[in-house]
Design a protein around this ligand. Structure first.
Ligand code: ADP
Ligand code: MG
Length: 408
């Protein structure tokens, strides 16, 4: 059996016309001889009647502290609705389609409601339907615990569902269909002449996704990477070839370096972060201070980023949403943190950065020529990050895109 997993995001199933385009992608797969598994997201985005955010607003307006277990039951409804609608559409057009919830599809998770991790997939029920020639539609973003509780997988969770099924079913490819024609060198909403990247490594796309490119969830990439199952990011609304995510060069096979001809692959951005700077030089037991600070953040479930520990100060960022919580904790510990709210993290990513001199210098030059102040910077072998004021974010992304000639 040649199995193909196709995932359709919220915008792809939003209207009847769009769902017909979804069906034509399914039809291509079926007529191409594939046993096809479809993963769907909820219909539309925030504000749309059947979007998950709309359900959330509805109950949170009444009782903001609804337990996470019940919230997950509610949040799993959007995909059930879109799945039902898609199965109806498929059946009306002559396909034999069957709908499975995450649990019915054998996606077993831990009980971390709202952000559950998949612990294993039992693909037997899907395989049985596929062997009968059916198209299997699976509601994305959800699973079930060992004791039968419905869970959801966190933002972007339908991508994760698609990858987990792709791995469990040993699919030939996992196709992620969305409203853009592939992964681009920057968010097309910010950089008009952003270009589609035709081939990219799992590692690079993971970094792009972690640093803010919403087009695919990093966890989905990690799962596909474990078994080297190729991922393709494509548009539901065109026949463009999209982006292939793999470690192999499409023409030359395993072991060849698909990144050899470029230094920078893409640029990502994350807005709405707050920089905190804590002077530790006068603190008693200074050698224990840094440890105490990060332990306190972890205990409060605050994720920290951009950490820079210096002899006299500690710097890090948190999301704007939790900044006042973080500041209160620090004040209760006797610190007076300096706060820079509304910052943005802008990252350049490329497997080719390692060992190439002058990339940081070029980055600094581009930003300073564009009048952007760098508040902090850091780097790894595939990524260089800078923290800037949020009002400089768009300018920074555009300046870097130009400097590294990503549109040509
Ligand atoms: P879906 O509903 O299909 O899951 P998402 O909104 O999660 O769609 O992802 C697609 C969106 O990601 C695009 O519309 C685009 O605006 C945004 N995006 C951000 N960065 C990038 C990038 N580097 N390449 C392509 N799209 C990007
Ligand atoms: Mg998405």
């Amino acid at each position: 059996m040649r199995i193909l997993v196709q995932k359709f995001g919220g915008t792809s199933v939003a209207t009847a016309e769009r769902r017909e385009q979804v069906v034509s992608k399914v039809s291509e797969a079926v007529h191409g001889g594939y046993s096809t598994v479809i993963v769907v997201s909820a219909i539309g985005r925030s504000g749309d009647p059947y979007a998950t955010d709309t359900f959330l607003k509805m109950v949170q307006g009444i009782y903001p502290d609804l337990p996470k277990r019940e919230l997950d039951l509610l949040m799993s409804c959007g995909e059930v609705i879109s799945g039902t609608v898609l199965v109806s559409t498929l059946n009306s057009l002559g396909f034999e389609a069957v709908l499975f919830t995450g649990g019915q599809a054998g996606i077993i998770t831990n009980n971390d409601f709202g952000d559950a991790r998949i612990v294993r997939v039992e693909p037997g029920a899907i395989l049985e339907q596929l062997s009968e020639g059916k198209v299997v539609v699976v509601t994305g973003f959800q699973g079930i615990t060992e004791d039968g509780q419905i869970t959801t997988l966190g933002r972007g969770g339908s991508d994760t569902t698609a990858s987990a099924l792709g791995v469990a079913l040993d699919a030939e490819t996992i196709d992620i269909y969305t409203d853009v024609e592939g992964i681009m060198t920057a968010d097309p909403r910010i950089v008009e002449d952003a270009r589609i990247i035709d081939t990219v490594t799992y590692n690079e796309i993971c970094q792009l996704a972690y640093q803010g490119a919403k087009v695919i969830h990093p966890r989905a990439v990690e799962i596909a990477m474990q078994r080297n199952i190729p991922l393709r990011i494509k548009s539901t609304f065109s026949d463009a070839p999209g982006t292939l995510v793999t470690n192999m060069h499409p023409d030359q096979g395993a072991g060849t370096d698909i990144t050899a001809d470029r230094i920078i692959t893409g640029i990502a951005h994350t807005p709405n972060v707050t920089q905190l700077r804590i002077l530790t030089v006068d603190a008693p037991n200074i050698h224990l201070t840094d440890k105490r600070i990060f332990k306190a953040m972890a205990l409060a479930d605050i994720s920290v980023d951009f950490i820079s520990v210096q002899p006299e100060a500690v710097l890090y960022t948190v999301s704007d949403e939790v900044s006042s919580k973080a500041v209160n904790i620090l004040k209760n510990m006797g610190f007076e943190p300096e706060i820079v709210p509304s910052c943005a993290k802008v990252s350049i990513i490329g497997a080719g950065i390692a060992g190439v001199p002058g990339v940081m210098a070029d980055m600094v030059e581009a930003l300073s020529d564009a009048g952007v102040t760098i508040l902090q910077s850091a780097d790894s072998h595939t990524t260089i990050w800078v923290l800037v004021h949020k009002e400089d974010m768009v300018t920074a992304v555009q300046a870097l895109h130009k400097k590294f000639k990503l549109s040509v």
